[in-house]
Design a protein around this ligand. Structure first.
Ligand SMILES: [Zn+2]
Length: 320
């Protein structure tokens, strides 16, 4: 999945501003009214209502029907209806890309910010910039560190740039949170779930830049509120190494040639797993389908209660 290995480009897709401004979308739910009145006959309230607005199932099928799968809060009475619901959700996620977020631009470059704050001297900044030029690139923070500037100060300055907190990694337990975010996303987008606090807040750490798109997808999929922050590079690396070594829920990777093919693959996965709930959200160029195999009563589901599918469109499917 080449689309996932574009971490260095991730900042080009980042909207500016803080995550706090993003609305958390409610999962669409089955419409309780629809289906009760069909063909002028009132159905008994005991009949389940298929979530698919175009469902043509007769009473018999609804009566005999299954209780799973559930997709985005709505029960689907047949594979055809699951396919219709998944297709509509995929269209929602993959469409409407015209309002592409503006790339995040910091008003003041990191080095200047630190100089203004009095955290580094002009000589240190000059030397770091010269070293960066000589090496032909590299993040300025790295070159400042080579001038002896402390990691703590650099992370603090990044926090000022992003208007976000700096998290301490000491008490984080990423290996206990593997039920939240697929390993692939943590690796590809450089994120680290640190802990889940009171009131269902997930603290999500990043090394040098936030990823609001990933954070929003996690909010929509898990129902947790996500608070993003930065973590000092060395502690981030250590904790992320631990996180990546842990075990995660099974994930199926699908690279599809078209949106329809992707919808088909997702429908098959849902029909196979029969989840009690499943949700879909886009993460950069991928679509993340999460299926809950059992009812979730805790903020962090256990590994075996979850199955993920990560899909992407290959080639000309829908360009970025
Ligand atoms: Zn149906």
């Amino acid at each position: 999945m080449p689309l996932l290995i574009r971490r260095s480009h991730a900042q080009d897709e980042l909207p500016g501003g803080s995550l706090g401004r993003y609305p958390v979308l409610d999962a669409p739910s089955a419409r309780p009214d629809r289906g009760v009145q069909a063909a002028g006959i009132r159905r008994p309230a005991l009949f389940p209502v298929c979530a698919n607005p175009g469902c043509t199932a007769g009473w018999l099928r609804l009566w005999r029907s299954r209780s799973a799968p559930v997709f985005e809060g709505g029960w689907c009475c047949s594979p055809e209806c699951t396919r219709a619901q998944v297709g509509a959700a995929l269209g929602r996620e993959l469409g409407g890309r015209t309002g592409a977020p503006e790339p995040h631009r910091h008003r003041i470059p990191l080095g200047l910010e630190m100089l203004e704050q009095g955290w580094i001297s002009a000589a240190e900044l000059r030397a770091a910039l010269a070293a960066q030029r000589e090496a032909g690139g590299g993040r300025i923070g790295r070159w400042l560190r080579s001038q002896g500037v402390s990691e703590r100060l650099i992370t603090r300055a990044l926090g000022v740039q992003w208007s976000c907190p700096v998290f301490a990694a000491d008490s984080c337990t990423p290996e206990s949170l593997t039920g939240l975010v697929p390993r692939l996303f943590l690796d590809a987008f450089g994120a680290l779930p640190m802990r889940v606090g009171a009131e269902r807040i997930l603290y999500l750490g990043f090394e040098d830049r936030l990823d609001p798109s990933l954070a929003l997808a996690i909010e929509r999929i898990t129902g947790l509120r996500v608070e993003c922050g930065l973590v000092e590079e060395s502690s981030f690396r250590r904790a992320q190494e631990l996180a990546l070594e842990a075990r995660y829920p099974p994930v199926e990777l699908v690279e599809a040639v078209s949106e329809a093919a992707l919808a088909g693959a997702m429908t098959r996965a849902i029909e196979r797993a029969r989840p009690v709930e499943s949700r879909l959200a886009r993460v950069h160029d991928c679509v993340w389908l999460r299926m809950a195999l059992r009812p979730q009563r805790v903020a962090v589901p256990s590994r075996d209660a979850i199955a993920d599918l990560i899909g992407s469109l290959n080639g000309s499917g829908r360009g970025h």
